[in-house]
Design a protein around this ligand. Structure first.
Ligand SMILES: NC(=O)C1=CN([C@@H]2O[C@H](COP(=O)(O)OP(=O)(O)OC[C@H]3O[C@@H](n4cnc5c(N)ncnc54)[C@H](O)[C@@H]3O)[C@@H](O)[C@H]2O)C=CC1
Ligand SMILES: CC(C)CC(=O)C(=O)O
Ligand SMILES: [Mg+2]
Length: 359
């Protein structure tokens, strides 16, 4: 049956990397006889320019009616001075909330051929295979944000960080379930020495872990975890954490793999809705230059096939093709070491498609 994919290229490098992912999916259709319907909708800054809204109702409704959403990235200098709820980034929060996508899975896997691409020593990063499970619809990103003044007229800003017990429990439980299919270790990351939501988080972890006696549990404060990620990343299997900590730690984890342009993600929830997107942003500094790494988006498309469509061999094929081009030494600029030739965005996409063709 044809799978309906809502394609949201967004801003900056978004359209370029999405174009390559869509070409890869078209090759998968050809090779494996699967069928996808690609329907493109505006989101973020380009949607503001077209309709005045970062998340137009037509875009949201199409995403709700789709089998999966494939998103590039949103944001850019042009829209940076808009009020918070009118910025391109508000579209992402809206999509996550409206689609009920409370879990964001961000795997950081170091490809053997890329150990030299990391800014860290080879012996530190070689063999890293970790999964950040980030809470995605709660926490400070979704709390009240406001400006006010104190009694003496001093300007003040407030951002509210809230979590309910059920919000924490469902993400922590998912992390344990995922760990059971991996190396059976969960590192829960919080700031329970200071903040109350983290103390509630720890209580929930203490409860949930009773249902998973085989899983080893480590609890780290977020500042320590940030340090441990570069000191000894191989200690991690599944990292579970709240929204903002997960956002920050996953960008850090990306650099273990060589580039933020390598990290794919799946955002899932209780229902059938799901969204797939690279973890990076719209990279306005390299937009329009045809040099962005499309691999994170192509791997996000593979996650879509695996998780939303249960097309496992097709997802495997994409991942194998990516590994093969890297093995051959093909690199976009973000991955290349000094003296290595580099491929453009479209050349990297074409190399992956060529590899798929050869299978
Ligand atoms: N999911 C999304 O749509 C996200 C959007 N943003 C937005 O993106 C804009 C830029 O934010 P930044 O903080 O600069 O983060 P960013 O992730 O867009 O870029 C950070 C750095 O990484 C590089 N980079 C990112 N993706 C790359 C790729 N595929 N290939 C090669 N290099 C890559 C960029 O050139 C830049 O130097 C902002 O408007 C921000 O709000 C930021 C993060 C996530
Ligand atoms: C709303 C986004 C810009 C937050 C972010 O950086 C992300 O989801 O990775
Ligand atoms: Mg981020």
């Amino acid at each position: 049956m044809t799978k309906k994919i809502a394609v949201l290229p967004g801003d900056g490098i978004g359209p370029d990397i999405i174009a390559e992912a869509v070409k890869v999916l078209k090759k998968v259709e050809q090779k494996f006889g699967t069928s996808y319907q690609f329907d493109e909708y505006p989101v973020g800054g380009c949607a503001i320019d077209q309709t005045g809204e970062p998340l137009p109702a037509d875009t949201l409704n199409a995403c709700l009616a789709s089998d999966a959403v494939l998103l590039g990235a949103v944001g850019g200098f042009k829209w940076d001075n808009l009020p918070g709820n009118k910025r391109p980034e508000a579209a992402l929060l809206g999509l996550r909330k409206e689609l009920g996508l409370y879990a964001n899975l961000r795997p950081a896997i170091v490809y053997p051929s890329l150990v030299g691409a990391s800014t860290l020593k080879e012996e530190v990063v070689s063999g890293v295979d970790l999964l950040v499970v980030r809470e995605l619809t709660g926490g400070i990103y979704f709390g009240e944000h406001k400006r006010t003044t104190t009694e003496d007229g001093t300007e003040k800003a407030i951002d509210v960080l809230e979590y309910t017990r059920p919000e924490i429990e469902r993400i922590v439980r998912l992390a344990f379930e995922l760990a059971m299919k991996r190396r059976k270790k969960v590192t829960s990351v919080d700031k329970a020495n200071i903040i109350e939501t983290s103390r509630l988080w720890r209580e929930v972890v203490a409860e949930v872990r009773k249902d998973f006696p085989e899983v080893e549990v480590d609890q780290q404060y977020v500042d320590n975890c940030a340090m441990q990620l570069v000191r000894n990343p191989k200690q991690f299997d599944v990292i579970v954490t709240e929204n903002m900590f997960g956002d920050i730690l996953s960008d850090e984890a990306a650099m273990l793999t060589g580039s933020i342009g390598m990290l794919a993600s799946a955002s899932i929830g209780a229902g059938n809705n799901a969204m797939y997107e690279p973890i990076h942003g719209s990279a306005p500094d390299i937009a329009g230059m045809n040099i962005a790494n499309p691999i994170a988006t192509i791997l996000s498309a593979a996650m879509m096939l695996r998780f939303s469509f249960n097309q496992v061999k097709e997802a495997d094929a994409i991942e194998t093709a990516v590994a093969a081009v890297l093995e051959k030494g093909l690199r976009t600029g973000d991955l290349a070491v000094k003296g290595q030739p580099t491929l453009s965005t479209t050349e990297m996409g074409a190399a992956i498609i060529e590899e798929l063709d050869r299978m």
